[in-house]
Design a protein around this ligand. Structure first.
Ligand SMILES: *Cc1c(COP(=O)(O)O)cnc(C)c1O
Length: 427
């Protein structure tokens, strides 16, 4: 088993556990910043490139602040996500409101906030006009359906089966309708892959949108200001996976731009993305302690985190690499399931994993949890969400979200005896 580099060692984590009991998440600011810069510089050729960080990946204002500082916008799909963006100074058109099945009240707020309304359905033209009034800039999410078959993209599935976006015919009708109703500025969006490691896939998506943007402009006499390729750049969860080469994605898209956009008369056309996972995913870690060993028909290591802290393995069967701190170089000569305490048998961080001999008290690091990790947390079985820590660029660690308490869990109830019980415990 290869050893993956970590921005901390066992001693550092042991010291942190004095103040912050496990489980906790810890994010590496320096690496997040370096990576954000790398993504931006891969599109340095484009006069109007922006990554709108998908807030759902890591909805913590302290992390969003860092990304705002690096020049990112935000991709939001609900009102609280818009509030998070605004709280760190991401506002107006730096907020892409890419929602679906959207409540009218959220359109109203997003419009007031000056966010880009990226409509997921043709009927939203009417509901936005009725309830919020159409803004000057509107975008549509395109679903290419059978026109684009991605092989084996497990998370988002085939476009044809996906609930998102407008069909190609609806797009032409939609922009025509917007133009008739006085809208003057237009964007075009799609998101067809998730956790995709094939860099060519993103070049193909750009090609598809560039071609469509030229067609729309020619047919309807509307001028598109930008295309938004969505997010979905994958990360190497498995040691044998190869990271997407951002530079080659940028170069491939530049070539497509020169081939399609420039002769099509749409230069300068903005190129936007909405990556979340690739921005923070590899630079966040879930740290947990081994609290139990069990040998029945299989061997188990029980840890103090559970699926409620990180749902991906249980939900998608996703692989997350695990390092046992201080035993990086030890032979990986045991095969175990690493499990949490939820009363669900899919509460397993790893199945049949080769790991070094684990003892009670060993600290385990679950890698690549920096996106869609803490964010997907839930409270089933009355499990409490963990703290989030930030390893700052200056090397200092600070708490950016405290761990939940039983009182937090019960906060929306109003029940005297329960409140008294909670008050009598220190939990
Ligand atoms: C989830 C999502 C993203 C971000 O996806 P990543 O895999 O985190 O890059 C971007 N745009 C939309 C519309 C999404 O739903």
């Amino acid at each position: 088993m290869p050893t993956l580099p970590l921005p901390f060692d066992r001693d550092r984590i042991l010291e942190l556990t004095q103040e912050f009991p496990t489980p906790f998440y810890i994010y590496d600011e320096k690496a997040i910043r370096a990576n954000a810069r790398r993504l931006i510089s891969a599109f340095g050729w484009c006069s109007n490139f922006r990554n709108h960080f998908a807030v759902k990946a890591t909805p913590n204002p302290h992390l969003l602040e860092i990304l705002a500082d690096e020049g990112f916008g935000a991709d939001c799909s609900s009102l609280p996500e818009i509030l998070l963006a605004q709280s760190v100074g991401i506002d107006g058109e730096k907020i892409m409101f890419t929602s679906n099945d959207t409540p009218v009240s959220e359109f109203v707020y997003a419009k007031e906030a000056g966010a880009v309304l990226n409509l997921d359905d043709i009927t939203h033209i009417q509901s936005v006009e009725t309830h919020a009034g159409l803004p000057s800039l509107v975008s549509f999410r395109y679903n290419p359906g059978p026109l684009r078959q991605e092989s084996g993209n497990a998370i988002i599935g085939n476009p044809e089966d996906a609930k998102y976006g407008l069909t190609r015919d609806q797009l032409f009708d939609g922009y025509r309708e917007l133009k008739n109703r006085g809208v003057t500025r237009f964007g075009l969006h799609t998101m067809v892959v998730s956790n995709e490691l094939n860099s060519n896939s993103f070049v193909e998506t750009a090609r598809m949108l560039f071609t469509l943007a030229v067609e729309l402009s020619d047919t309807l006499d509307v001028r598109l200001e930008w295309v938004n390729l969505g997010g979905g750049i994958g990360i190497p969860y498995r040691p044998e996976d190869k990271a997407v080469d951002l530079e080659s994605v940028g170069q491939g898209i530049e070539a497509a731009y020169n081939e399609i956009v420039v002769p099509g008369g749409l230069d300068p056309l903005g190129v936007l993305m909405e990556n979340g996972r690739v921005v923070t995913g590899p630079y966040g870690y879930l740290v947990t302690t081994a609290i139990h060993q069990k040998k029945i028909y299989k061997d188990y290591v029980g840890v103090d985190a559970c699926m409620a802290n990180l749902m991906r393995p249980g939900m998608y069967g996703a692989y997350h690499h695990i390092t046992v701190l201080g035993k990086e170089k030890a032979p990986h000569n045991t095969v175990v399931d690493v499990v949490g305490s939820l009363c669900e048998n899919n509460d397993k961080f790893a199945i049949d994993r080769e790991l070094p001999e684990i003892e009670q008290g060993d600290l385990l690091v679950i890698h690549d949890s920096g996106a869609h990790g803490h964010a997907m947390g839930f409270q089933y079985n009355a499990k409490l969400r963990s703290a989030e820590l930030l390893l700052g660029a200056d090397g200092a660690v600070r708490c950016i979200r405290r761990a939940e308490t039983a009182a937090d869990y019960f906060a929306t109830l109003d029940h005297g005896p329960l409140d008294a019980l909670v008050a009598s415990t220190s939990n």
